[in-house]
Design a protein. Structure first.
Length: 563
């Protein structure tokens, strides 16, 4: 199964796997209130050591993270704690580098020796590894709402104790600073809530502190609710923080853990929402085994994120009426009457969606049309669904869509306008191929990019509960209302009705053997094929109805005029 987001969005965001310890996620009994009171004391920053003014640094551009040489980063690595026994743990950076990892997150706290941090950064630099230095205080920051210790830690630790190490020229190209692990409001988990604003205001003040002392490196903002609540960055709140940053160099991070991530598909749904906010983000830890109520299968997430193979079409369009496509032959002819479906995963490059701002509103104006069709054993083709790139209910930027196309249930339901390439008939009993065609449909030739198809499947439908071809008799049917008229089995395999008066009603009594097969408790779809002599052409007085009868009561379906 292909993940339902753009791989380019999520792959750069996955960086490490590590359980963070057996702590649950606290809930707030009042999720729309919190105890955060943002206030940043005024102080003199000029006396502090400063990073070089023009140092090259890692940058966050849109949703991408780029290295100091402006190349896109795919982060792969792990966490190393620099608290007790730090010098021994630094040796793990060498071992990590041997695996091909290019990233390490160094977790520090108030007990960390600055010399240990310097040695760890120097070891990472030797291996050309990128580093995120993260302040972690399980009892003072993580899952804590009050900002009292947070402001003190920024002043005393970041901008004092570790400052002389962090500002060194040689570390600027590899460095990211994760201000506080897991700090912020708890129990909201609702993108619409107003309770995040004080969390945002606090981080605005903290960002200002780092920028005033001259840091240009990315500042990494941890999600609240013990690092798990990605909703804090939705509804333009992430953009609000970016606008408050004079360096415009922020990265948002969150851990995949707890009830915000407990259902299948939550990771990809969250990644899609974050990508649509146009903010750079990283998924940090994937915690599962110790969270028995909300286990996270990180191996499954990694497998889906890296993805399996897919059909990838990137055409060189030459004209505004170009057409292209592919036809997948089936192993054997299939009888696809009775409600069969064709299903596949579909990804369309954002260029085809032609997203523009029109009068203050975002519009999806894409002209590219996708035509899903089937082919029978005689080479006839039948269109079963058309999808326009302008339809944002189906095709969404940076997202895989599940496309379902339903076949007609029988030959009588085939519309002549759906027959393709001169076909006049289509044999639903011998379908040999499924195809997808791409029609430029007037789009500019400069609009181009990946078109991906994956996981194509044909799902046989449920056969009708009852079907009568009248191949040899009227079966259980009878004339139940004759004013006057005659109904009889016709040798061609149909009921032949000869009117001699005003109307005739034929019915299938509920007591009949075939009628008892029908589940009358469900909504029924009734399809009837009718052939009329040409003499009736233009006669609008002729009509037919379908109905069910319970006792003396009739339940009539919509009238159908035949003329």
């Amino acid at each position: 199964m292909k993940n339902l987001i753009n791989l380019a969005v999520l792959i750069p965001c996955l960086m490490m796997l590590q359980a963070c310890g057996k702590k649950g996620l606290a809930d707030s009994s009042s999720p729309d209130t919190d105890t955060i009171h943002p206030s940043a004391p005024n102080e003199d920053y000029l006396a502090r050591p400063r990073p070089p003014e023009n140092a090259k640094v890692i940058t966050a551009v849109g949703r991408l993270i780029k290295d100091a040489d402006d190349k896109e980063l795919l982060l792969r690595g792990a966490n190393i704690l620099l608290q007790t026994n730090a010098l021994e743990r630094i040796k793990n950076i060498d071992a990590l580098a041997e695996t091909g990892a290019n990233f390490v997150r160094l977790q520090i706290d108030e007990s960390t020796d600055p010399k240990a941090l310097d040695a760890a950064l120097d070891t990472a630099l030797k291996h050309n590894m990128k580093v995120m230095v993260t302040l972690t205080e399980p009892t003072k920051l993580e899952c804590i709402e009050s900002n009292q210790y947070l402001f003190k830690a920024v002043d005393d630790l970041w901008l004092n104790k570790f400052m002389a190490i962090l500002v060194q020229d040689r570390y600027q190209p590899i460095l990211m600073l994760n201000i506080a692990k897991g700090w912020g409001i708890k129990g909201v988990l609702n993108a619409e809530s107003l309770a995040y604003q004080e969390y945002i205001d606090t981080y605005k003040a903290l960002i200002g502190k780092f920028r005033k002392v001259g840091f240009k490196v990315p500042l990494v903002i941890d999600a609240p609710n013990c690092s798990s609540d990605f909703n804090a960055f939705l509804k333009n709140r992430g953009q609000e923080l970016l606008l408050a940053d004079t360096a415009k160099n922020l990265i948002f991070t969150m851990d995949v853990q707890g009830k915000a991530w407990g259902k299948p598909g939550d990771v990809f749904a969250a990644a899609t929402l974050l990508a649509q906010e146009e903010v750079p983000f990283i998924f940090g830890n994937f915690n599962g085994a110790e969270y028995t109520e909300y286990p996270i299968n990180h191996l499954d997430i990694m497998a889906k994120t890296l993805g399996d193979s897919a059909l990838n079409v990137n055409m060189k369009w030459a004209a505004t009426d170009d057409k292209a496509g592919f036809l997948q032959a089936l192993d054997k002819p299939l009888d696809l009457r009775g409600g069969a479906k064709v299903q596949f995963q579909y990804f369309l490059d954002i260029a085809y969606l032609d997203i523009k701002n029109e009068s203050g509103q975002i519009k999806q104006n894409g002209k590219l049309t996708t035509n899903v069709y089937v082919q029978d054993a005689d080479g006839n083709r039948l269109s079963i669904r058309k999808i326009s790139a302008s339809d944002n209910s189906i095709l969404v930027r940076d997202n895989w869509a599940t496309i379902v196309a339903e076949l007609p249930q029988d030959s009588l339901a085939i519309k002549p306008e759906d027959l393709m390439l001169g076909s006049t008939t289509f044999d639903l009993t011998r379908v040999t191929g499924v195809g997808v065609a791409f029609l430029a449909n007037g789009k500019p030739i400069t609009q181009a990019g990946d078109i991906k198809i994956d996981d194509l499947s044909v799902l046989p439908g449920v056969p009708p509960m009852y079907k009568e071809a009248f191949a040899s008799s009227l079966a259980d049917w009878s004339v139940i209302w004759d004013k006057p008229a005659k109904a009889e089995w016709d040798a061609t395999g149909a009921i032949k009705i000869t009117p001699t008066g005003n109307e005739i009603v034929i019915g299938l009594p509920a007591s009949g053997a075939n009628a008892t097969k029908i589940n009358w408790s469900k909504k029924l779809e009734i399809t009837i094929g009718i052939t009329l002599p040409k003499a009736y052409e233009g006669d609008t007085s002729l009509y037919f109805k379908t109905f069910t009868q319970l006792g003396a009561a009739y339940d009539w379906a919509d009238s159908n005029t035949v003329g």
